[in-house]
Design a protein around this ligand. Structure first.
Ligand code: ZN
Length: 368
């Protein structure tokens, strides 16, 4: 790669030029025989086409520039031929790919087993939640969604939990700090139920309404076998003219049979919720013993599963502030709510609620 590789031209007649260029052509051909891999190809390219010390650069600098005017054309033509030849050699070499040795080094044994890619599956909570929603979707319900960080008004006040009402104590939650300057009803907290979406939906649309509201809720409950500070709910709301308690009973009886099997029975007990009047707790016949009595149902044959009731007129009054059609004298409705974890635990025979959140693959793989 030194200048010595390109001798000075001593004569400029055609025969001398022919000899000189033939010699270079032969050198290039010899070099090109050794092209095996990207490294040798690159060395060849540097040697012949390199910007600083490449031979073609050398030839153009020394032969062409110092040649007498009458020889320049001939040298130029031969130079271009040589350059073209070198470029062809390079192109051929780089298209040739790696040699046999290189290929052998990276051979693949196609008889080895492949790498199995893990596919995702629904978490048992998600699956149960979707099942519940599907039961109501089949009855014509649509799905309502709302924020998890909610105002005091939507979470409590509009659901008929007035400030200072003792029912608020049963749904203690995390409250966003430094909000003293806001009016109490605008202060933010983590929602304790998905009920605020009932009010948000009614404010957005006049009756009739039929929605289910699945979602995550937060309460100041200590973690134990059946309680968690974060859990999931599906609530439902149905509002129309002439909605009665028997509509509520029929709807929930159907839903429980769809979820747990057609032999399941339901029964309703008086209860209290601020946003419904009258209110009821719903029990289903024990799915483990069929109602005979076992350890799971504490020998009673029944399991308490959800709460429900007829929408309290006070709740409609809040909705009527934005949608006058929610006049409790004209319309009626029912609402219900159920815990997704509780239903999933029953359906799958799980005794510890914490297992849903532990991320233990041995547990989760059972549901794939
Ligand atoms: Zn039982």
């Amino acid at each position: 790669m030194t200048t010595a590789a390109v001798p000075d031209l001593t004569a400029y007649d055609e025969a001398a030029l022919e000899r000189a260029f033939a010699e270079l052509m032969e050198q290039a051909s010899r070099d090109a025989e050794n092209l095996r891999d990207p490294e040798t190809v690159e060395a060849f390219r540097q040697k012949w086409l390199g910007r600083k010390q490449g031979r073609l650069n050398e030839i153009s600098g020394r032969w062409l520039k110092s040649a007498p005017p009458e020889a320049k054309k001939s040298i130029g033509q031969r130079f271009n031929e040589l350059k073209k030849k070198v470029e062809d050699m390079l192109e051929q070499a780089s298209g040739a790919g790696p040699g046999d040795a290189a290929l052998a080094g990276e051979s693949i044994d196609i008889t080895l087993p492949g790498t199995r890619r893990l596919t995702g599956a629904e978490h048992p909570i998600t699956r149960t939640l979707n099942e519940i929603v599907a039961v109501f979707a089949a009855l014509g319900y649509s799905v309502g969604v709302g924020p998890e960080v909610e105002t005091d008004f939507y979470n409590f006040e509009s659901m008929n939990f007035p400030p200072g009402h003792p029912a608020r104590d049963t749904q203690d939650t995390l409250v966003v700090a430094n909000q003293e300057r806001r009016p109490p009803r605008d202060r933010l907290l983590l929602r304790t139920h998905t009920s605020p979406v009932q009010m948000r939906t009614m404010e957005q649309q006049p009756p009739p309404v039929r929605i289910v509201i699945p979602g995550k809720v937060h309460r100041n409950d200590a973690m134990d076998a059946t309680h968690s500070p974060i859990f999931h709910q599906v609530e439902g709301l149905c509002v129309d003219t002439n909605i009665t308690f028997s509509d509520l009973k029929g709807t929930l009886d159907h839903a429980m049979k769809a979820l747990f099997g057609s032999s399941v029975k339901t029964r309703f007990f008086p209860s209290f919720f601020p946003f419904t009047e009258p209110s009821a707790d719903v029990q289903i016949s024990c799915i483990f013993c069929g109602g005979k009595g076992c350890r799971k149902c504490k020998q009673s044959g029944w399991i308490e599963l959800l709460g429900c009731g007829m929408v309290d007129p006070a709740v409609f009054a809040f909705a009527a502030e934005k949608q006058p059609a929610y006049d409790p004298k004209e319309i009626s409705g029912f609402a219900f709510g159920m815990g997704v974890e509780r239903i999933a635990m029953m359906k799958y025979g799980i005794s510890e609620i914490g297992q849903f959140y532990a991320g233990d693959m041995r547990f989760l793989n059972q549901f794939v």
